[in-house]
Design a protein around this ligand. Structure first.
Ligand code: ADP
Length: 511
């Protein structure tokens, strides 16, 4: 494609425009010059000539009157006055003639003027000769005045009249020419202004259509591309000028923007999948961490039991007979076995959730289990008073002895941990229409109202626990174990007075 520069085209258009305006201006100035020339001619020639001829007409007719007065004067002084007036008029006429000769005249005027001069000189000479021949009789004087002088004067006056007439016609023509030139100049100047205006509008239209509108369109397209719109139509790519170059650049820009958007969304997808993977990894790490926490928490109670049994066995080694030693050793073994089972269970569970807890239900007497547990805790915490209200009857249900032991053990362990030595811990069980309701109460620090809804959440610890050690996972486990048995766990508590945990355990029917 051949490049046609917009700048060159615009410069050419501007140059042409300038030339036209200059040409029209020059033409208008010439018209004004013409008008000026005609005006100057009227002012310097026709107006002056008319004035001078008017003066000559007046002066010559006055001279003729003065001549009459001179010839008919009765006294010497009257004659002298008339002679003086004639001299003055003579001088004025001579002055007018000099002024008239200074002006440029055409041939006809010159001829008429010469005619007047000849006749005026003839008359003038006659008058001056009569003056010399004075004094004349009054009859002779009047005769002379009416005959010779009159004829000579009339000739001169007629010549002057013709000259004046010619001058008037010439002046009239000049004035008409002046008006025509003025009209012409006016018309041309108006035409020049209109043409310049038309050219200006044409130039504005051209610039708007071929420069500013396409530029605005391109700017809009760029705005849309910047607003992340794809598939924006771009006008003017086929043009062979600077706007064409710009349009093609915008086109490339759009292509790049599209590529950038695509790679951005690909990057965002990758970042998202990386984030997901990271979250998963973090969750796994968290679960492993929880697992360790839970494990250590669950180990503490059996270990405390084992330690208690062993200590007591050691302290009373002298007193105990083989039967008692055997019984104590059995207790130590049971606690160790529970620990081993617990360890096995925990290590087998990669994800420690309610669903993942190994659940092996079997027929068992819950009251018996609670009784044993209570006994165990009496030995672990001899400085607390444990009260049992379990009733006479047994209560059998399908349950996992290990898990229930763990759950109620946790509740008793918390009752011990969050209460002071010397306080009472009560364990109650009631059989209510096929559901065993177990309540474990203490006289400890209680749970603040704002913490109560959260204590079953993993890692949540009450705001009043102070220096009591713990991890916040025990109640979560209890809740999960009770849920496995289709039971419920509730808490009622008053701060600084104590807490009561209530478990509802239904008779579980296995399907
Ligand atoms: P931990 O005892 O290790 O903190 P738990 O899950 O067993 O974790 O208990 C969660 C929270 O419930 C405890 O931190 C404590 O604030 C509150 N809590 C549980 N049992 C009792 C109780 N018997 N008396 C007072 N507060 C208790």
């Amino acid at each position: 494609m051949r490049f046609h520069s917009l700048r060159t085209r615009l410069s050419l258009a501007y140059a042409l425009f300038l030339l036209l305006v200059v040409g029209l201006g020059a033409f208008s100035i010439r018209q004004l010059d013409d008008y000026n020339r005609v005006t100057a001619e009227i002012r310097d020639r026709w107006l002056q000539s008319t004035r001078i001829l008017g003066d000559l007409n007046n002066d010559t007719s006055d001279f003729r009157s003065a001549e009459g007065s001179f010839l008919l004067a009765d006294t010497l002084s009257e004659r002298q006055d008339s002679a003086r007036e004639m001299d003055t008029l003579d001088a004025s006429i001579a002055h007018s003639l000099v002024r008239y000769q200074r002006i440029h005249h055409d041939d006809q005027e010159d001829r008429l003027y010469q005619d007047f001069l000849v006749h005026w000189h003839g008359y003038h000479t006659l008058v001056r000769q009569k003056e010399q021949a004075l004094p004349l009789e009054s009859g002779t004087a009047i005769r002379l005045y009416r005959t010779d002088a009159r004829t000579a004067y009339d000739r001169a006056s007629e010549a002057l009249g013709q000259l004046t007439q010619w001058n008037l016609v010439g002046a009239k023509n000049a004035v008409e020419r002046e008006s025509a030139t003025y009209r012409d100049a006016n018309g041309w100047i108006v035409a020049a202004i209109l043409t310049a205006g038309l050219l200006l509008f044409t130039a504005i239209g051209f610039i708007t259509r071929s420069v500013s509108n396409p530029l605005l369109d391109l700017a809009k397209s760029m705005q849309r591309i910047a607003d992340k719109e794809t598939e924006v139509p771009i006008q003017g790519v086929e043009r062979s000028d600077e706007i064409g170059v710009m349009a093609r650049s915008v086109w490339v820009f759009q292509d790049n923007a599209q590529a950038l958007l695509t790679s951005q969304s690909r990057l965002a997808e990758q970042a998202k999948s990386l984030e997901d993977a990271l979250a998963k990894a973090q969750e796994m790490t968290q679960q492993q961490h929880n697992f360790v926490l839970m494990t250590s928490h669950e180990f503490r109670t059996p270990l405390a039991l084992i330690d208690g049994y062993a200590q007591r066995l050691y302290n009373a080694r002298e007193r105990f007979g083989p039967e008692e030693v055997g019984e104590r050793a059995l207790k130590i073994r049971r606690a160790t076995q529970r620990l081993t089972t617990l360890l096995d269970n925990l290590l087998d569970v990669p994800k420690y959730s309610a669903e993942a807890i190994p659940f092996h239900p079997q027929q068992l007497d819950v009251k018996e289990l609670l009784r044993r547990l209570c006994q165990e805790y009496r030995e672990v915490a001899p400085d607390r008073t444990f009260q049992e209200h379990l009733g006479e009857h047994c209560f059998f249900l399908m349950g996992d002895a290990e898990l229930l032991h763990q759950a109620f053990g946790n509740l008793l362990s918390n009752a011990v941990k969050y209460s002071a030595p010397g306080s009472f811990i009560t364990l109650e069980a009631q059989d209510r229409e096929g559901t065993l309701v177990i309540e474990i109460s203490d006289q400890g620090i209680g749970i603040p109202e704002r913490d109560r809804p959260h204590i079953f959440e993993r890692y949540y610890r009450g705001s009043n626990v102070g220096s009591h050690s713990g991890t916040g996972v025990g109640l979560t486990l209890v809740n999960q174990i009770i849920a496995l048995h289709r039971g419920t766990l509730d808490v009622a508590s008053t701060e600084e007075l104590g807490s009561r945990f209530t478990v509802h355990l239904p008779v579980l029917k296995l399907s």
